[in-house]
Design a protein around this ligand. Sequence first.
Ligand SMILES: CC(=O)[C@@H](O)[C@H](O)COP(=O)(O)O
Ligand SMILES: NCC(=O)COP(=O)(O)O
Length: 236
Amino acid sequence: DHIATVRQARGGRYPDPVQAAIEAEEAGADGITLHLREDRRHIQDHDVFRIRDVLQTRMNLEMAVTEEMLCTAEKVKPEHVCLVPEKREEVTTEGGLDVKGLFDSVASACHRLGKQGIEVSLFIDPDRDQVEAAARAGAPAIELHTGAYAEAKTAGAMQEELDRLRNAVVFGLEQGLIVNAGHGLNYQNVEPVAMIAGINELNIGHSIIARALFTGLKPAVREMKTLMLDAAGKAF
Ligand SMILES: CC(=O)[C@@H](O)[C@H](O)COP(=O)(O)O
Ligand SMILES: NCC(=O)COP(=O)(O)O
């Protein structure tokens, strides 16, 4: 997404997110997440199809719960779809999907994508109600929005958000869900999250691309993966 943002700033052909996806895989990324936003501010439809053709790992397609996006996912058939909330005016994804409030449309999307063999995850805030609704909606997985943790301004607020994440992970696992997490994680704040036992995967984009400006993409991916795996080894 963030490579495509730079390309879209000039509307040209470079930098190419397909090349970035390949390099990230070569450096150890276990999958590639891309968010096809309704306003197409970064990733374009043709990027999704081109990346689908070349990926050696797994594609996690993030998208809003709309008919247009569901049809796209049915054509692309990624390994994973993550259903996210979207607001055109937001700078980035501000909060989690309100699965409880939008229950019928989310449950129907989970069913529809599940029938295609796609593993669906729901991008939600680390709240018990939303985790419970996600399990009832038939999603096999959730991705906990770590934005509030990443934006916490004091050590106390950060600790509170970490506790919220930990509780949501435990509750999600009790509900039989695969629990992922992501958003706003960077080289300074990733370790405490990676140390939470039971998290299956972290999705990290913006900080890696920002780091890559100074180090190159492969070292940036490798450095993040080392931080994550070392911290996961100390999970409690
Ligand atoms: C859903 C999510 O957290 C990310 O995919 C993020 O939305 C991508 O970056 P932008 O918010 O800049 O589109
Ligand atoms: N779902 C979150 C994600 O994929 C990456 O978010 P970010 O690291 O770009 O903020």
